[in-house]
Design a protein around this ligand. Structure first.
Ligand SMILES: NC(=O)c1ccc[n+]([C@@H]2O[C@H](COP(=O)([O-])OP(=O)(O)OC[C@H]3O[C@@H](n4cnc5c(N)ncnc54)[C@H](OP(=O)(O)O)[C@@H]3O)[C@@H](O)[C@H]2O)c1
Length: 338
């Protein structure tokens, strides 16, 4: 089978499609013939050598797949063979065939293509945790979604829309019209202007009850300043560090040094909350993931979860897929197809 290998840290030239033996299912596992694998920003940071959670290189990245169960291991229900499914994978998703534990496998919704299905797990679980589980967003509240046009951003938009909250979102200006059509109330151009005074003006100086911030570093301080009374800040990424080579390492150090410190008394007296989220540190909580996915799948049936795939790149064009995201061109999800 073929797989996308990140051979070492570096630019997109370090990505190679290589052959490897087909995986065999261990007891309790299934082998999925992959039809589409999600590309996430973490895969880019890993290639750049900026993702501490990533496997040792050379490695195969990929947190999520949609495909068909081809083989089962001992103790797994025979009926699963031939079923269209999707799964979270702890890396090794960007392959033609992957072995995963049967309890990490979920039925593919009939109404969605394999590509759309591969766009669900990471983006929607992250957005669900941020907005519903930890952010507790309510209909009467307002939310600021940073990078609203990205994979997690669009997922968050679907969920916030369904809750009925007022939605503000930052994105490159070329994405605003599309975002308006998807239901974003107030797109803000954060590339050519300072977004904080714009948000303050739009909210009559009050700010918002929830901010989701994947940019990191000093940006978290600014997002904290955008909170209204009872506001919560969800921190979940450091996109700001994205760069190849030494530049990336220096940006990551700068981001770490500029991160805000939150004093309990400050939070108490301002009636604010802050929280962090790392979906990659949730593998020991399969019950929570399954519960959240159940709610997300209900949203698919009801029509308010609408995974949007911008582009599907063949494995051989994995480098182009990385460049597409890195250069901020993507609107929603990018997937890789064998
Ligand atoms: N903690 C977790 O569990 C978790 C899970 C999933 C994702 N994440 C994080 O969430 C963020 C979004 O992930 P995603 O996979 O959905 O990707 P994405 O948002 O689709 O990624 C690309 C988009 O991010 C924006 N962006 C902001 N700063 C950027 C930079 N320095 N370089 C390139 N693009 C930049 C760009 O859009 P605009 O500039 O137009 O806004 C770009 O189109 C990432 O930081 C990722 O690491 C965290």
């Amino acid at each position: 089978m073929r797989q996308i290998v990140t051979t070492r840290n570096g630019g997109v030239e370090v990505l190679e499609v290589q052959n490897a033996p087909d995986p065999k299912p261990a007891p309790g596992e299934v082998v999925i013939a992959v039809r589409a694998a999600g590309l996430n920003f973490a895969d880019i940071l890993a290639r750049q050598g900026l993702y501490p959670d990533g496997p040792k290189k050379p490695c195969v990245m990929g947190y999520e797949v949609a495909g068909v169960v081809e083989e089962i291991g001992e103790g797994v229900d025979r009926d699963l063979v031939g079923k269209p499914v999707f799964a979270m994978t702890r890396f090794r998703g960007q392959v033609e065939k992957v072995a995963v534990r049967a309890n990490q496998v979920f039925e593919k919704p009939e109404a969605l293509s394999f590509e759309q299905t591969a766009a669900i797990p990471v983006n929607y679980l992250t957005a669900y945790a941020l907005l519903v589980v930890m952010g507790g967003l309510r209909k009467s509240e307002s939310v600021l979604i940073h990078n609203a046009g990205g994979g997690v951003g669009l997922a968050a938009l679907d969920i916030a829309k369904n809750i009925g909250a007022t939605i503000y979102g930052t994105a490159s200006p070329g994405k605003h019209e599309f975002l308006r059509q998807r239901g974003l109330d107030h797109p803000i151009d954060y590339r050519n202007q300072d977004w904080l005074p714009v948000l303050k003006e739009l909210t009559n100086g009050r700010g918002v009850e929830l901010v989701t911030d994947p940019i990191g570093g000093a940006h978290w301080k600014k997002s904290y300043a955008a909170l209204r009374t009872t506001g919560r800040l969800g921190m979940f990424g450091v996109s700001t560090a994205s760069a190849n080579g030494l530049k990336g390492k220096l940006k990551l150090i700068k981001a770490a040094l500029q991160m805000p410190r939150f004093h309990p008394l400050g939070l108490l007296n301002k009636n604010r909350g802050v929280f962090g989220l790392n979906l990659g540190h949730m593998w020991h909580e399969p019950d929570k993931i399954a519960e959240w996915l159940q709610a997300i799948m209900a949203g698919v049936s009801e029509g308010w979860i609408r995974p949007y795939v911008d582009k599907a790149f063949p494995f051989e064009q994995a480098g182009e897929a990385h460049s597409y995201m890195e250069s901020r061109k993507n609107l929603g999800k990018v997937v890789l197809v064998p």
